[in-house]
Design a protein around this ligand. Sequence first.
Ligand code: MRU
Length: 343
Amino acid sequence: MKPLEWLGDRIRIIDQTKLPAAEVYLELHDYREVAEAIRRLSIRGAPLIGVAAAYGFALGALSIHAGSREEFLGKLDTVNETLAGSRPTAVNLFWALERMNRKAREPGDITDVKGSLVGEARRIEAENEEADRALGEYGAEFVRKGTTILTHCNAGSLATGGNGTALGVIKTARRQGKGIEVYATETRPLLQGARLTAWELTREDIPVTLITDSMAGSVMKRGLIDCVIVGADRIAANGDVANKIGTYSLAVLAAENAIPFFVAAPTSTIDLSTPSGDSIPIEERDPGEVTHLHGKRIAPEGVKAANPAFDVTPHCYVSRIITERGAVREPYIETLRELVQSQ
Ligand code: MRU
C-alpha cells in the first residue's frame, strides 16, 4: 500500500480522510491541489507531508512557462509559499521545500532545472523509505520479546510512505519474531489511531487493541503496557518533541508509571534552529473538528471549542530519540547536534 505515488506528471494519493470506510485514490495534477490535500489531511504525517511538498514543488515547476531564469524562480516562489502555508508544525515540510529551493537555484537552463527538481523529490522519497527501514532496526533493539507497546496517532506507512516510524519499529520487532502486541489510542479529534493505525496494523496482522485516549492512564497503571513509542512532527534542539495532541499526557503518564517513552523519527524531523519546544508553532485547526464527528454535531450549538493539533513533550520525559542514524538520549542538546552533523 503506497499512500503517495509519483506518476510522471501528477501524484496519486490515498485519501486518508476517507479511511477505513473507503479506499479512495485521488490524482493531483497541480501544486495548489497538493497544498489543499495536505491542509485537509488527505495527505498527513510529517515525513509524508515532506515528500508530498517536494512533489508539489516539482509539479509547480513543471507547469511554469517563463522566458528567463529570473521569471522562472519568481513564479516558483509562489509555488513555494503556497505549499509552505499548508500546515505549520511538521518541520519536514519546510525541510523538503528548502532542499527543493536549493536545487532550483543550481546552474542550468529551465528544462534541466525542472528535471532535476523531479529527481530531488524522488530522492527525498527514497531517503525517507530508507530512513524508516534503518530506524526500525535501531528501534527494535529496545523491544524485548513479548512486549506490549502503546502508540498514539498514526506514525505508520500512511504517515511516511515507508514502513513508518513508530509503527516501523513495531513492524521490525514483529518481523524479528518478538511477538509484539499494540495498544492504539483513538486520537481525538480526527481519530488517526482508530481509523488509520488500527487499519494499518490489522492489515499487517499485528495484534492491536484500540482504546480511547482517556483509557491510557488506566491501562498503564494496570501494568498492561511495557513501553510507549510515538512519532514526531518537530524535535527542537534541546529534545523537546512536538507530536499529535495528547502525546504530552501519555509521556507524563508513562513517567508516572515508570514506562519507557520512545520517540521515533527521521533526522529530517530534527530542527536545530528551534532551540526548545516553546518556539515550535502549533497548528490550531477548525473547532468544528471537535464539535462534530464525521460531520455530525455532538456538542451544543454555540459552544466554544479549542483545537490545537499538536502538543510539546518536554525532553525530560523522552527515554530515547530513535533515528535512522541511531538512537540518542539526554543530554539531547549535545547528542542531537552530533547526530545531525554526522553524515
Ligand atoms: O495531524 P497529523 O495526522 O498529520 O499528525 C501526525 C502525527 O502527529 C504523527 O505522529 C507525526 O507526524 C509523525 S508521523 C511518522
